[in-house]
Design a protein around this ligand. Structure first.
Ligand code: HMG
Length: 390
């Protein structure tokens, strides 16, 4: 095993063309908007246009990484999603051709609810430990969708995060130790015949907290750092309040006093993007990392805790060290622009988009041009998805 540091060399995110303000949803549902703004910590959520899907947002996230670093030695592409577009063909293959990746590559889709992106990152780290000259492109992309007029509805959202994983990374070097926890539970799932997830909300919140705590226990058993060593804690954020709840639970389980200011200092900067993007499942944890790096104080040399949770369920507690000079490699301006350039939806159009179904009759269906993002789904024809660059 090599001792070369391995981790995140570049990180870029993309989101959809549209967003819905939670005040609009609150009015429709007849609840106080502060239930969403304060109670779950969500102000807006990204919503996909009819000509967007996880392939188009994943490609938009990955494109700037290839523009900056080229494609040499990218021999593996891992796309994690739980909202894939095909039961057989990897969504990563559409992306592979859209953004011009080399043919000499293994291209795979990964799934385990919101945990899939972390599986991709850890598998990538293993491949690079075997051959440090290789680089792996890991993309986490999801569009979170629950039934209309249900408690899950305000916790929708969409985003993709692309990461270039390499030896001697410029942003975050991963510690070799990880804490793991898996348990077969039914807190959130989506059978193949459904487009919307089924969730037992309260069970899922408790399952998340227990899994995070168990993963932490395993992390310590494996020789991981102590709680006090971390400058910040980056949690999977189905809604931003969940990160606060989970952190408080973790601290209390370890006999620490859960002081509100200390929790804010540990979590606050990780929530800025998720608060306005919503749940992006596999991408959510890494959107939290982008938010922390873009908004936190100077983190050079500091240790970060990363807590990944995917319903069903798998959790991983892992960690890393922020690298010297990392700020020169961030994409803060582009990240802020991806959010601020979204078009705000009225309720009726949001509902139409939510209720629209994918063409499934095999005929030619051109998609109405809506998105102004770099890639779009142009048509579905003969059961094939046809993408184009804009
Ligand atoms: P709910 O029943 O609508 O909300 O469901 P509530 O009544 O529990 O209220 C939420 C909070 O708002 C409460 O605060 C209220 O007090 C507060 P808390 O007690 O939790 O601290 N509140 C207000 N605050 C200020 N002003 C007001 C006001 N009114 C109420 N006026 C629930 C909430 C999260 C359960 C629901 O949205 C849901 O089911 N969401 C989907 C499931 C989910 O996100 N689960 C998270 C853990 S599982 C996970 O993270 C995995 C996942 O990402 C999927 C994957 O892995 O693939 C989901």
């Amino acid at each position: 095993m090599t001792t070369t540091p391995v981790g995140i060399h570049d990180l870029s995110f993309a989101t959809t063309h549209y967003a819905l303000d939670h005040a609009v949803l609150a009015q429709r549902l007849g609840v106080d908007r502060d239930k969403f703004y304060l109670g779950i910590g969500q102000e807006k959520m990204s919503v996909a246009a009819a000509d967007e899907d996880i392939v188009t947002i994943a490609a938009a996230a990955a494109k700037p990484i290839l523009e900056r670093h080229g494609t040499d030695n990218i021999r593996t592409v891992l796309l994690a999603t739980e909202t894939g577009v095909d039961q057989s063909k990897a969504a990563a293959l559409y992306l592979h051709s859209l953004i011009g990746l080399p043919n000499a590559a293994r291209v795979v889709e990964l799934k385990q609810a919101c945990y899939g992106g972390t599986a991709g990152l850890q598998f990538a780290a293993g491949l690079i430990a075997r051959d440090p000259s290789q680089r792996v492109l890991v993309i986490a992309a999801d569009i979170a969708k629950y039934e209309l007029d249900t408690p899950g509805e305000p916790t929708q959202g969409a985003a993709a995060v692309a990461m270039l994983v390499t030896a001697d990374p410029a942003i975050l070097a991963l510690d070799p130790v990880s804490g793991l926890y898996s348990a077969d539970i039914m807190d959130f799932w989506r059978p193949n015949y459904r487009t919307e997830a089924i969730v037992d909300g309260k069970t899922s919140v408790n399952a998340y907290q227990k899994a995070a705590q168990e993963a932490w226990t395993d992390y310590r058993r494996q020789g991981g750092r102590e709680l006090g060593e971390f400058a910040a804690f980056c949690y999977h954020q189905p809604f931003t309040k969940m990160a606060y709840k989970a952190h408080r639970h973790l601290l209390e389980s370890q006999g620490h006093t859960a002081d509100t200011d200390a929790i804010e200092a540990a979590i606050g900067a990780t929530t800025t993007y998720n608060r306005t993007v919503g749940n992006s499942y596999t991408a959510s944890l890494y959107l939290g990392l982008a938010s922390l790096l873009d908004h936190g104080d100077d983190l050079t040399g500091k240790a970060l805790a990363m807590i990944s949770y995917g319903s069903g369920s798998v959790a991983e507690f892992f960690s890393g060290t922020v690298q010297s000079g990392y700020r020169e490699h961030l994409r803060t301006e582009a990240n802020l622009a991806a959010i601020s350039s979204r078009e705000l939806l009225g309720y009726e159009r949001y509902r139409e988009l939510h209720e629209a179904t994918s063409p499934s009759d095999g005929a030619y269906h051109a998609m109405v041009e809506e998105t102004r993002r770099p890639y779009r789904l142009a048509a579905v024809s003969g059961h094939k998805r046809i993408y184009e660059s804009r």
